[in-house]
Design a protein around this ligand. Sequence first.
Ligand code: ADP
Ligand code: MG
Length: 367
Amino acid sequence: MNVSAPPLVRFRQVGKTYDGVTPVVEALDLDIHEGEFLSLLGPSGSGKTTCLMMLAGFESPSTGEIWLGDTLLNTTPPHRRDIGMVFQNYALFPHMTVAQNVGYALTVRRVGKAEKAAAVARALDMVRMREFADRLPKSLSGGQQQRVALARALVFNPRLVLMDEPLGALDKRLREHMQIELKDLHRTLGITFVYVTHDQSEALTMSDRVAVFDRGRIQQIDRVHALYETPENGTVANFVGDNNVFVGRLLSLDGDRGEIGLTGGERLTGRVVGSPRVGDAVRACVRPERMTLAGDDASALVPSLNTLRARTAGTLYFGDHVRVRFAVSQQEGGFVKLPLDDAGPAQRPDGDTMTLRFHERHLRIFA
Ligand code: ADP
Ligand code: MG
């Protein structure tokens, strides 16, 4: 992905309302770079599909502009946009064979017979479905239908491929397999992919960058590592990955280092994000894998290490790690992720007191 080159796609102050009253997308600015794998991630109803449909041309923006290179898309019909689309439910034509489905976009574009056959064969090869060319969609598994839908989107060498929750209907194992295939295909083809999902782990594993949507607005757009490690607000912190949340008030502020007083009286130090002021109600978030447990006899305290008294509230076995749930007075419960070796379940009966420890740089404090 080349971020110094001009973006391939630009959304500029794009707004969308279906009923003329309720905004579904608001003042959206978004740059999509040539060759990147960008995911739009957000809860159901946050406007992801609407954005994709506006980019593909099946919906039009109520306000603002969408550009592909130096073409204004607002006034360009879908089949002139040079964009391939994989819809949420595959949307294969049931009465057409696999080859006819894949060739459809070329038929519409009046491509000659021989050229079309070659392009269809090439697209089916990309998704390893050539030997299924004469089958009807209903005789294929979900994963195979998904591959055909992808071949259909790729067949005309589009500049941009859009995918709307393409793996949503597949079981977990096949979904994870297809995630790797899609990522490999992206790398091989070098085409720009825009991918919609509500699954944060899918977005993190596949994408170069992720745009987190909430209520029609982008909350943060960043490379996956930055999104996970340095969320810019509480919405992103809680939607991307797991977080333990503590509520309280900001007691003091020194640069971006702040101290918070929890509702139950304990004090924690962390990094202040955004612009809460001393005295404001704040939420502090720390990832479960950034916390450790110490026994009651927690030895000499290391400066810049937060400690918090808690009670155990059960242990969950995950095979590759263990989660010890905890309760802190006047706070919502949370959990700590521990390697198997560090947490014999039998050692932690419910209601036991323990000390949670975590470094202040791993605690993010949001307004
Ligand atoms: P997402 O893909 O993030 O789940 P959508 O873009 O599908 O979100 O929907 C955003 C909002 O717009 C939802 O409240 C949804 O009900 C509404 N919406 C989506 N499509 C239409 C439509 N064709 N007509 C009216 N409302 C719609
Ligand atoms: Mg959707």
